[in-house]
Design a protein around this ligand. Structure first.
Ligand code: ADP
Ligand code: S3P
Ligand code: MG
Length: 168
């Protein structure tokens, strides 16, 4: 049993995967992303899992990936943006160092572009992101140990803030 140094949560486009890799490099520890774990288990991209098996199947795989990574991984861990929707996942996050990377609507829209690889955002990404941000903000806040605002900041600036934050 080991424990991640830090778990990153937040909406699509918050920069969890990007900042997570930079933070892991800064610490010289491995990086893990539950989206990549789900894709490796399924042997196909998330967009195809949604098409072939549907979102509930993806969510079940995601919950298994979150549980495994929290139990096994001792580096930096990024979760998929919707992982906090499941109460089981929120309960699993208790006792971990969880950083909520917050992003506002306009930055999230410009970062995710036309959805690319995020099936939930294939249709009307702006309206969908507005809904997701409103629905999930309280859930991210509920699981967060720390919140870091990412709007208008580079991944390197955010990583530097995280390194300082995690020293304390
Ligand atoms: N702070 C940032 N400023 C500008 N672009 C960013 C920032 N963080 C991430 N990006 C870009 O936004 C996109 C989504 O980032 P990603 O790390 O995949 O986010 P998440 O994993 O939270 O969905 C990528 O193209 C990435 O290069
Ligand atoms: O917000 C969501 O429900 C999702 C976010 C994606 O991860 P990112 O937050 O890393 O984009 C990925 O898990 C899947 O497309 C569903
Ligand atoms: Mg990601």
């Amino acid at each position: 049993m080991s424990k991640p140094l830090c778990v990153l949560v937040g909406a699509p486009g918050a920069g969890k995967s990007t900042v997570g890799q930079l933070l892991a490099q800064a610490y010289g520890v491995p990086f893990r992303d539950t989206d990549a774990d789900v894709e490796a288990t399924a042997g196909k991209p998330i967009s195809e899992i949604f098409i072939d098996e549907g979102e509930p199947h993806f969510r079940a795989m995601e919950t298994a990936a979150v549980a495994a990574a929290l139990a096994e991984h001792d580096g930096v861990l990024a979760l998929g943006g919707g992982a906090v929707l499941a109460e089981d996942n929120r309960a699993l996050l208790a006792g971990h160092t969880v950083v909520y990377l917050s992003v506002d609507l306009s930055d999230a829209v410009s970062r995710v572009g036309l959805g690319q690889g995020r099936p939930l955002l294939n249709f009307n990404p702006r309206a969908t992101l507005r809904f997701l941000l409103d629905q999930r903000r309280p859930l991210y806040e509920q699981v967060a140990t720390y919140t870091v605002v990412t709007d208008g900041r580079t991944p390197e600036e955010i990583t530097a803030e995280l390194v300082e934050l995690l020293k304390g």
